[in-house]
Each structure stands twice: as structure tokens, then as C-alpha cells.
Design a protein around this ligand. Structure first.
Ligand SMILES: Nc1nc2c(c(=O)[nH]1)N[C@H]1C(S)=C(S)[C@@H](COP(=O)(O)OP(=O)(O)OC[C@H]3O[C@@H](n4cnc5c(=O)[nH]c(N)nc54)[C@H](O)[C@@H]3O)O[C@H]1N2
Ligand SMILES: Nc1nc2c(c(=O)[nH]1)N[C@H]1C(S)=C(S)[C@@H](COP(=O)(O)OP(=O)(O)OC[C@H]3O[C@@H](n4cnc5c(=O)[nH]c(N)nc54)[C@H](O)[C@@H]3O)O[C@H]1N2
Ligand code: SF4
Ligand SMILES: [Mo]
Length: 808
């Protein structure tokens, strides 16, 4: 790595105002474009420029400067603080955030509270009602639900539309329900449910095990493997990993991408592309392990000291013979198959010679950061894929050292600023976030060992009242839209659904009551950074314009419901307005971190405040590596569990009613063939193509998906390989149908060598347009996905689907 790029020192808390961040390399030195000056951007006669932000769940958070004239936002400008250095970088919004005006003034804005009048929810017919009537109705339905069914019948749906904005994140809904007696919890999230659950057994972490940051990789790594990880599209802010990963590339770090698609990250960053079939990562890892073991390239010392389960000499007590990972690879395990590169090649589609060279490269680049995205784990038995990629980091001894990594996703500094206090939920029962449709339709059958119910042996009551806030789960982002709509259409099961959003999305159309929320331009908040690497920050959201139409900010609405239900004072604790709540956040941040954060009023002027950790870039599990005796992991052995006795035990106890292939728990990260996986694809004549659905630069999930300007530049098209297209007589931009037994969509094709033959990808999150025959012309991939849960996490294997494509 070039000398100019070595980091000289690490700054403690480099605020924008007095910040003297250590210079790494300027964008100019690296040949990157400089920020445009305000003179070029500004509207000359704007009355005010107000700090705001884009807070959608893309993993980044971007400051926006809204220029206001006559009470209207006339222009959206990006960040103009910071500079072009790594530790004080400008947090440049992507094309979505810069089009915020079109979301504020969108014809899809919800203007007044709406009450369902259609016979069925999916009729989507409403009448306008007043706020007073709406609040009465919610209070009445909530009271009725608590009295009749108890708190476990109340559910706050997963939703990520205002993810982590300190006030708007929960919008007061969780606080309200907690004060009223609680609500059924969910565990995990649609982002990384599978990896988070398997991490418990592998690394003993209660969540996804993050890895070293890209900042650390820039400084210390010899190789960066982006494994099912596409930062250029999924971390698009200039403040986040689009910036850092690009900087890593410019600094000369070798980058290899493992992905069925030649993603944007592959095309811009990769020195090499490992093009595998979806869901086959664990087979690729086993083939690589075979090479490493045969050529003695694995890190035996690391495995002996820090892990259990790699070989027969290091097994937990009570484990059967020949159950180690090494035995599995050498063909001494139960299946008797040696996991040669040729074996892996047949499954993954990656040539054996390529598997050999890739294995050698990963094993000999010391140190290497294997940065796993969340695409591999969003599959049927995605748990084993995620675990296998973790395992590769252990096999090569990269865990816990600078320049290495855990095999998890790139690390970041978690913000120091607090969320508003949601209180404590008196209910401890929880379902996986993907099981809510089951908890509506078959709650009484749901148990701990069959459905992953936590906190109780079984559910006693189904979901009867649901809050859907900042979420498009009912008809866009959850699996199997047709089946989900069917479940929701029976309002004897879930009796009342209240939705709150600022756009009339497909889920709002499935609600009984719809509430118009403000946009960020119309309210106050404080917003933290999230997955933006080791530079954390907070952004001021100052109210720029009056709420449009009859929209009201969520925290004021939940406060009004609390008041109507007689708990107004407990809810508010003296805070009346949204601004009061935002001030509380900043005051509390200052109290908790003396001398660090600016005051609320200073932040109104300053807009953005950056800070870094005094400990330097994130090196995950460093304490464990430095002293495993003093800092054991929270696994039963205190070590990395390549073989998990807990999983072995669970494999005996858990039940899989109506099992499909792949519904199994394995104590080691073995490759298992799954329902609608590569093996089935090769024998299924009706649906021979594997269909994934990548996160797409044109939208954040469904958010921004209704903006004409974005639809014009980012076309919703299905990626299909030339060979598969040719067989079907399809050329680029032909309208095609993609179908399976769950549904059919119709959209244009993008014929390309950028995807593995036999695989297609439908960018996820398109707005549905279902016609009278049930065909969706919007191209929403969840018309095709399955509600069948993954075996361990009971999660969303939404990238696993078999389909057929035909010219429409
Ligand atoms: N097939 C498939 N499905 C997937 C995925 C996949 O990869 N493939 N990915 C999954 C993942 S990782 C996730 S996180 C989920 C995301 O699923 P969702 O969390 O449902 O995300 P969005 O579709 O963006 O919906 C967010 C909603 O929040 C609204 N919103 C934005 N700002 C505000 C606000 O200020 N107030 C209110 N009240 N609402 C606001 C937006 O208008 C939008 O309707 O999707 C999951 N679904
Ligand atoms: N522009 C934009 N950015 C986003 C989002 C968005 O919707 N739009 N969503 C945000 C959210 S909430 C999340 S959770 C993250 C999601 O981040 P990820 O879950 O990492 O995103 P995906 O696109 O699902 O998957 C990443 C890559 O994995 C590949 N992949 C799919 N299946 C496999 C497989 O079996 N093996 C391997 N090796 N690769 C595979 C895909 O082709 C893709 O390029 O992105 C965030 N950022
Ligand atoms: S979508 Fe993400 S990257 Fe784009 S402006 Fe919004 S927060 Fe920034
Ligand atoms: Mo996500």
C-alpha cells in the first residue's frame, strides 16, 4: 500500500467546527471529483437554507440542505461540510436523496386520515375522516384488543422507512404500546436475521458479528473479498462504504467479488469475480477448505488455539466421531463424500481450477478481510452459507487482527447519541420478524421448537391489532404477496390494522385506517450515522416547511392517542412538540458524553457533527485474539465453535413439520441442498431458473420507487444471461413474464453476461401494479418469493426462488 495513504494519527472526536481530522489522502490526490461549491448549487433568492436529512434504510444517512422560498422547498443541496479526507469526509447524498423534493410533493402523499370502506382490504377503498375521528377509532380498537385478547394480540410491524432517526424511528408507537400493557415482540430483521441467529452459535454474539472496518482494510489488508456484498449499490452515500471501498481500490488494495451477479461493486472495484450459483456458498467454502488442507495452507495454530470443531483432536465433549469439519471435507463424515474442488465446481458452477487459485489467494494474502454482505444469508438455509463464510476467516487465521476480519460485514462505529425512550415492553414473547403472517393465520400451532417462538413454549393468541408505521410489509417487502394479501383479506383473523406513512404505498392500501405522516422536511429530528464505517456523525433535521395537507408528525399523534387513553402525562413526560423530543435527544447525548456534542442550537447552524472512536478503526474480536483466556467468547467453549454442540442438540429436538429439502440444522457449516436451490433448478422442467432479487440503486426497497425522475434513469428490468435469453427468444428490453406457482410479474428484460447462466435477478422493491388477472406489471419480486422459513432463524429466504421466464 502506498505510503501517502498510511494513516498518521487518529483524531478523537473531530467535530466539523474545530475538526482537525488526520489527513489520509485528498480526493484531488486520488483523482476524485471535488465537492461543488455552494455558489454553483444555490438558488439565488432562497429565503432560507435549512439542514435536513434522508433517513431511509439504505444503511447510510445523508445530510440535505433544503432551500426554502414562500414556504416551499425549492432546491435540495448536499452536504457542504467536511472535506475530501477519509476521517472528515463529505457525506454526499446519492441521487435518491437529492430528489427528495419529488417525494415531498408527490401525488402519492397521504393527505388526510383515511378509513377503509371496501368490503375486502385488498379493494383499497377509503373515505376521508377527521383526525379526531381517527384518534377515537384507534383508542377504541386498542382498548378493545387489550380487554378482549391481551397484549400479545397487539403487534407493531417491522418497518425501516424511518430507520434510526432518533425521534421518528419508533415515532412513539412502541412507547405508547409499552405503556398500555405491551405487545408481541419480534426478533431479528429482514436484513440479517439468518446470520444474526447463526452467529450466536459460531461466535457467541447475540447479533450479526461485524468485522473490521474498511478504514482498517485500507490501512492494513492485503486482500478484500466482497462476498455477496455490493457496497457501491447498498451503501451509496459518499459518507459510507461507497467512499471507503473506492478509496481502498484507489489505494491499490486487491479486491475480489463473490457474487452470482457482476454487480456494480464488481464492475468498479473487482480485480476478480467469482461467479457462483446462488445458495452454494457453503459448497464453495468446503472446496476451498479442501485445497487449503491438502496444500497445508490453513492456519492450524489459530484453529488449535481459538476454535473447537475443526479437526478430531479439538472436538467438544460428547461429539460423535468423524463429525469435525475436517472429516466432512475429507469425506470421513456421515455423507462419505470428499469435498474436492471438482465436487464444489459441480454445485457452484465455479471451475475447479478457479476454486484452487481463489483458495490459495485467500489463504496466502496475510492479512485478508473477507467482508460478507447479507445476500448469501437471505436464502433457504442461508444460515449455513453465512456460517461457512465466517469459517473461512477462521481457517485462514484472520479473526481479530488488524487487516483481517471475522468474515462478517464491514465494521462501523455505532453512534453515541440516544434514541427516544420507548420504555420497557412487559411482554417478553417474541416471534421471528418473518413469522407474522403465521402469527395471524395459525398462531395456536406456533411453538418454540417448531416455529422459533421465544420467551414462551407456544403462542396463545394470534395478532389481532397491527400498527404498520414506516413499512411496506403488507404488500411489497414480505414474501409471497398473493398469499399475504389473502391472509390479510380475512379480517376475522387480524381485526384491525392502522398504517402511518407519507406515501400511499401498497401496504397502506391494505389498512383499515391510514394516517398521514409528515416528511423529514416538515418536522424536527436528530439523525445518527449507521453503517458508514468508522466515521460516525449526527445530523440536524430542522423543520423547513409547515406540514403539508393534514399531515402530523408521528410522535405528536401517538401523544394524542395516549392522552385520549388517559396516559398523556406518562407518555409525554413534559414534552409536547416534536421539537421538544428532538431537543431531549441532543441534551441527553450531551449529558452522557460531557464536552463532546454541540448544543441543539449550535447543531441547527452547524448541521452535521462528526466523531470517531478514540480506539481507532474497528478491529472486531481483537480482545479475544489478544487474550482468549481472559476474554472468552460467549459460546459454551468460550471459543469459535466450528462444531456447535448446542446446534447438534437442537438438531435432535427441533421439529420440521411439512419439511422441504434443506430444513435441517447441522452442527458444522456444511453445504445442504435446499428447496428451490441449484440442484432442483437443474431437474425442474417447469421452473428451471434460480431467481434472486438484489437491492437496487433506483430505490431504497420500495421507498423512492414512485419517483418518475428515478424510474427514468434506473429501469426496473430483470437481469437474464444471454444464453438463457437466447433459448427463450428474448432480447434486451423485451417485456417478459417471470412466474412460478406463487405469482407472475411482467417487466422488461436486461440481457447481460453480468449474471450467471441459469440465474436471474429482479431488483427488489418495485411498486406493485396488479391487474385483474393477478399479474403484477410493476415487477415486484415478492410476487414470486416464499413464506417458507429458514430452518434455524425462521427467517426470510427471499433470494431462493425457482421461476420460468417467457416473452410476454
Ligand atoms: N424479495 C425481497 N424482499 C425483501 C428484501 C430482499 O432482499 N428481497 N429485503 C428485505 C429487507 S433487508 C428489508 S430492510 C425490508 C424493507 O422493507 P420496508 O421496511 O417495508 O421498506 P420500504 O419498502 O422502504 O418501506 C418503507 C416505508 O416507509 C415510508 N416512510 C419513509 N419516510 C417516512 C416517514 O417519515 N414517516 C413514515 N410514517 N413513513 C415513512 C416509505 O414511504 C415506505 O412506504 O424489505 C425486505 N424485503
Ligand atoms: N440502493 C439501495 N441500498 C440499500 C438498500 C436498497 O434497497 N437500495 N437496502 C438496504 C438494506 S435495508 C439492506 S438490509 C442492505 C442489503 O444488503 P445486502 O443484503 O448485502 O444486499 P443484496 O443485494 O440482497 O445482496 C448483496 C449481493 O449478494 C448477491 N447474492 C445474492 N445471493 C447470493 C448468494 O447466494 N451468494 C453470494 N455469494 N452472493 C449472493 C447479490 O447479487 C448482491 O449483489 O442494503 C441496504 N442498502
Ligand atoms: S438513499 Fe441513502 S445514500 Fe441515498 S441520500 Fe438517502 S441516506 Fe444517502
Ligand atoms: Mo434491510
Amino acid at each position: 500500500m502506498s505510503e501517502t495513504l498510511s494513516r498518521r494519527s487518529f483524531v478523537k472526536w473531530s467535530g466539523v467546527a474545530g475538526g482537525s481530522a488526520a489527513l489520509v489522502a485528498t480526493a484531488a490526490q486520488l483523482g476524485m471529483p471535488q465537492a461543488r461549491s455552494e455558489a454553483v448549487d444555490g438558488v439565488a433568492d432562497a429565503e432560507a437554507t435549512v439542514w435536513s436529512a434522508c433517513v431511509v434504510n439504505c444503511g447510510s444517512r445523508c445530510p440535505l440542505r433544503l432551500q426554502v422560498k414562500d414556504g416551499t422547498v425549492v432546491r435540495v443541496l448536499p452536504d457542504n461540510t467536511g472535506d475530501d479526507t477519509l476521517w472528515n469526509r463529505q457525506i454526499r447524498a446519492c441521487v435518491r436523496g437529492r430528489n427528495m423534493r419529488e417525494r415531498i410533493y408527490n401525488p402519492d402523499r397521504i393527505k388526510k386520515p383515511l378509513k377503509r370502506v371496501g368490503a375486502k382490504r385488498s379493494d383499497g377503498e377509503f373515505e376521508e375522516i377527521s383526525w379526531d375521528e381517527a384518534i377515537d377509532l384507534i383508542a377504541e380498537k386498542l382498548q378493545y384488543t387489550y380487554d378482549t385478547y391481551g397484549p400479545e394480540a397487539v403487534y407493531k410491524q417491522y418497518g425501516s422507512g424511518v430507520w434510526n432517526a432518533h425521534v421518528a424511528n419508533s415515532g412513539g408507537w412502541a412507547r405508547l404500546l409499552n405503556l398500555l400493557g405491551g405487545h408481541l415482540n419480534y426478533y431479528g430483521n429482514y436484513s440479517y436475521l439468518q446470520i444474526s441467529q447463526c452467529t450466536r452459535y459460531f461466535y457467541g454474539s447475540p447479533d450479526e458479528q461485524i468485522s473490521n472496518s474498511i478504514e482498517d482494510a485500507i490501512e492494513n489488508s492485503k486482500l478484500l473479498v466482497l462476498w455477496g456484498n455490493n457496497p457501491l449499490e447498498t451503501r451509496m452515500s459518499g459518507g459510507g462504504n461507497t467512499y471507503t471501498a473506492t478509496l481502498a481500490k484507489k489505494a491499490g488494495l486487491k479486491i475480489i467479488v463473490v457474487d452470482p451477479r457482476y454487480s456494480d461493486s464488481a464492475s468498479v472495484l473487482a480485480d476478480d469475480w467469482i461467479a457462483l450459483r446462488p445458495g452454494t456458498d457453503a459448497a464453495l467454502v468446503a472446496g476451498m477448505a479442501h485445497v487449503m488442507i491438502t496444500e497445508n495452507l490453513h492456519d492450524q495454530d489459530f484453529l488449535d488455539t481459538y476454535c473447537v470443531g475443526f479437526d478430531e483432536k479439538h472436538m467438544p465433549e460428547g461429539a460423535p466421531k468423524n463429525a469435525s469439519y475436517r472429516s466432512y471435507v475429507e469425506g470421513k463424515g456421515e455423507d462419505g463424500i470428499e469435498k474436492t474442488p471438482e465436487w464444489a465446481a459441480d454445485i457452484t458452477g465455479v471451475p475447479a481450477s478457479k476454486i484452487r487459485s481463489f483458495a490459495r489467494e485467500v489463504a496466502t494474502a496475510k492479512p485478508a478481510n473477507i467482508a460478507q454482505g447479507w445476500g448469501p444469508q437471505r436464502h433457504a438455509n442461508g444460515e449455513n452459507s453465512a456460517n461457512a463464510i465466517y469459517l473461512l476467516a477462521a481457517l485462514t487465521g484472520n479473526v481479530g487482527i488488524p487487516g483481517g476480519g471475522t468474515g462478517g460485514r464491514e465494521g462501523y462505529l455505532w453512534p453515541y447519541t440516544p434514541w427516544i425512550d420507548d420504555g420497557v415492553n412487559p411482554v417478553t414473547t417474541a416471534i421471528s420478524c418473518y413469522k407474522w403472517t403465521d402469527a395471524i393465520s395459525r398462531a395456536e400451532e406456533m411453538t418454540a421448537t417448531r416455529d422459533g417462538v421465544q420467551g414462551k413454549d407456544r403462542l396463545e393468541v394470534g395478532i389481532k391489532f397491527m400498527v404498520v408505521y414506516g413499512s411496506n410489509m403488507l404488500a411489497s417487502q414480505h414474501g409471497d404477496i398473493n398469499r399475504t394479501r389473502e391472509i390479510l383479506d380475512d379480517d376475522s383473523m387480524c381485526e384491525f390494522i392502522v398504517g402511518m406513512d407519507n406515501q400511499m404505498n401498497a401496504s397502506m392500501k391494505m389498512c383499515d385506517l391510514v394516517l398521514p405522516d409528515t416528511t423529514t422536511a416538515e418536522r424536527w429530528d436528530i439523525v445518527p450515522s449507521e453503517y458508514t464505517g468508522d466515521m460516525a456523525y449526527e445530523i440536524m433535521i430542522a423543520q423547513a416547511i409547515d406540514p403539508l395537507y393534514e399531515s402530523r408528525s408521528s410522535i405528536e399523534v401517538t401523544g394524542a392517542i395516549a392522552e385520549r387513553m388517559g396516559i398523556g402525562d406518562e407518555f409525554a413526560e413534559g414534552k409536547k412538540t416534536t421539537e421538544d423530543w428532538a431537543r431531549w435527544v441532543q441534551d441527553t447525548a450531551r449529558e452522557n458524553n460531557p464536552g463532546m456534542f454541540p448544543t441543539f442550537d449550535e447543531l441547527i447552524e452547524q448541521g452535521v457533527f462528526r466523531y470517531t472512536s478514540p480506539d481507532g478503526p474497528t478491529v472486531a474480536l481483537k480482545e479475544f485474539r489478544d487474550d482468549p483466556e481472559a476474554n472468552p467468547l460467549a459460546t459454551p467453549s468460550g471459543k469459535i465453535e466450528i462444531y456447535s454442540s448446542t446446534l447438534a442438540q437442537m438438531a435432535k429436538e427441533w421439529e420440521f413439520p411439512n419439511p422441504l429439502p434443506g430444513d435441517e440444522l447441522t452442527p458444522i457449516p456444511a453445504y445442504v441442498e435446499t428447496w428451490e436451490g441449484q440442484a432442483e433448478a437443474r431437474t425442474n422442467e417447469k421452473y428451471p431458473l434460480q431467481c434472486i432479487g438484489h437491492h437496487f440503486k433506483g430505490r431504497t426497497h420500495s421507498t423512492y420507487g414512485n419517483l418518475e425522475s428515478l424510474r427514468d434513469i434506473h429501469h426496473q428490468r430483470v437481469w437474464i444471461n444471454d444464453a438463457d435469453a437466447r433459448k427463450r427468444g428474448i432480447v434486451s428490453d423485451d417485456r417478459v413474464t417471470v412466474s412460478n406457482d406463487r405469482g407472475t410479474i411482467s417487466l422488461p428484460a436486461m440481457v447481460t453476461p453480468r449474471i450467471v447462466p441459469g440465474v436471474i435477478s429482479v431488483p427488489q422493491g418495485a411498486w406493485i401494479e396488479i391487474d385483474k388477472d393477478g399479474v403484477d406489471h410493476g415487477g415486484a419480486v415478492n410476487m414470486l418469493t416464499s413464506l417458507h422459513p429458514t430452518p434455524l432463524a425462521k427467517g426470510n429466504g427471499q433470494h431462493t426462488n425457482l421461476v420460468e421466464v417467457a416473452k410476454a
